[in-house]
Design a binder for this molecule. Structure first.
Ligand code: SF4
Length: 107
């Protein structure tokens, strides 16, 4: 089975769970942000979206299931990360490897 683990920016936007939604719904404030984040929970390209927003220092809106405040906190905690895309791609691949190994053990 061939599975795409990580998509490039030109590809991931076509699979965004929010692509049919009102774009303004992701650029809200306060408690409304928690509602906006719900759509991200099942988004198949959440990792790519978050990485893109972190790499490009996008200041406003909900991206990858995180508010601008949450993203700022991550950037502050990890100031030396050169490429969030590479970091999160590696983490996603490792997660998939561990899941596959776990599934093989229980099969
Ligand atoms: S993670 Fe959220 S903001 Fe990003 S593409 Fe998916 S639904 Fe849209």
């Amino acid at each position: 089975m061939s599975e795409t683990l990580y998509l490039e920016p030109a590809e991931w936007t076509t699979q965004a769970a929010c692509r049919q939604s009102d774009p303004d719904a992701l650029f809200v404030q306060g408690a409304e942000q928690n509602r906006a984040k719900v759509v991200c929970q099942a988004c198949p390209v959440r990792t790519e979206c978050l990485a893109d927003s972190l790499d490009n220092r996008i200041e406003f809106g909900v991206w990858g299931g995180m508010t601008e405040r949450e993203r700022r906190a991550i950037l502050k905690r990890r100031p030396n990360v050169q490429s969030w895309s590479r970091l999160l791609q590696a983490a996603k691949a490792e997660h998939a490897r561990v899941e596959a190994a776990s599934a093989a053990r229980t099969a």
